[in-house]
Design a protein around this ligand. Structure first.
Ligand SMILES: [Zn+2]
Length: 353
């Protein structure tokens, strides 16, 4: 869909991608059959029609595709989760991504009492460390708290701490932020968990300003101590907050195609908020979010940003460097990544024809 003549940018960094939004379409039906799960579709083509979006809808219908066709297939099965993690690593490496932070909520993959969230995180960490030895990629994990499940947030901090030496580097808050303005303010248990995460030096990112307002972004920064903002487009109408976050060099994890399909941003890519971010020198990165639903690779997102949004290639390369600067890595790992990228981009070896 986004094929173009534009050469692909190599050596990319991806900070915002949901592991459970990234399975291979070709793996879903065989796994469902093996596990005796009926998805009410019988061919990969039918599955593609049901899962991959082709036009703007809403965040709810976007997420429904994952809860209907993806989560049931992986939930409660360590082998399936292992396959998901292994294929994710291969697919990221194949797209010339040299560093990525995948995120997911382990509690959503437990499926019954037999498995624990610890079991799920453990297999993903195992697969990621195996993949790092075989592929040209570094992989880290972010664990997601869910806005509608405040009871698990404190446990997420425990898991982040338990697995910090195995590749878990951060905590996220995902789910419907729109509810915040419709009588469901952020539960105090999330604030407590994120404060604790800060005290324990666990990096924080928060989905905010995607379909919620600038106030949700402000809350993420001031009350959840976010190091980065997931999406953040809706900060723009609040000039004071926007200027403040620009001055503070807040990093925004932007997902162009996802934001249009969820209706977070309008359908006209040439007016996408990342154009303003790019013009204003804001620190932001490009990401796929849930590639099984968007039907995009990270390379596709760069093509969209260049050809449809109209951001110059040099500015797009800066987004990769800004992504690396805001990676949730240890200082020496981060400077290694930054040195590697600078070497590539300073010598102009970054384009495949
Ligand atoms: Zn997301």
């Amino acid at each position: 869909m986004y094929q173009s003549e534009v050469p692909t940018i190599t050596a990319k960094v991806q900070l915002h991608v949901h592991l459970d939004g990234s399975p291979r379409l070709s793996s879903i039906l065989p796994l469902a059959r093996k596990r005796g799960i009926n998805l009410n579709v019988s061919t990969e083509e039918e599955l593609k029609k049901a899962v991959v979006m082709t036009k703007p809808e809403t965040l709810t219908t976007f997420l429904d595709r994952l809860t209907t066709y993806v989560l049931p297939v992986y939930k409660g099965c360590l082998d399936a989760v292992r396959q998901l993690a292994a294929e994710f690593a291969e697919d990221m490496a194949a797209d010339n991504i040299i560093y990525t932070e995948a995120r997911f909520c382990p509690h959503l993959l437990v499926g019954g009492a037999r498995l624990t969230p610890d079991d799920i995180v453990e297999v993903v960490c195992d697969e990621f460390s195996k993949a790092e030895k075989m592929l040209n990629i570094r992989l880290r994990l972010i664990l997601c708290c869910m806005r509608s499940m405040p009871e698990i947030s404190i446990d997420m901090v425990r898991l982040c701490e338990k697995f910090r030496d195995r590749g878990v580097v951060g905590i996220d808050l995902a789910g419907d932020e729109n509810a915040v303005e419709h009588g469901h303010p952020t539960d105090p248990r999330h604030f407590k968990a994120f404060k604790l995460a800060k005290e324990k030096n666990i990096y924080r990112t928060v989905h905010a300003g995607e379909n919620g307002s600038a106030a949700v972004v402000e809350e993420a920064v001031d009350k959840l101590f976010a190091n980065r903002i997931g999406h953040g487009y809706r900060v723009l109408p609040d000039k004071e907050l926007y200027d403040r976050l620009k001055a503070e060099r807040m990093h925004f994890e932007c997902c162009p195609c996802s934001s249009v399909f969820t209706g977070a941003c309008g359908p006209d890519f040439s007016k996408h908020p990342i154009k303003t971010f790019a013009n204003d020198g804001v620190s932001f990165s490009l990401n796929t979010d849930d590639p099984v639903v968007t039907g995009t690779t990270l390379s596709d997102e760069f093509v969209v940003a260049e050809t449809k949004v109209g951001i110059a290639r040099e500015r797009l390369i800066q987004t990769i460097l800004d992504g690396a600067e805001n990676a949730f890595l240890l200082p020496h790992e981060k400077s290694e990544l930054q040195k590697h990228l600078s070497a590539i981009y300073e010598t102009g070896q970054h384009c495949h024809q």
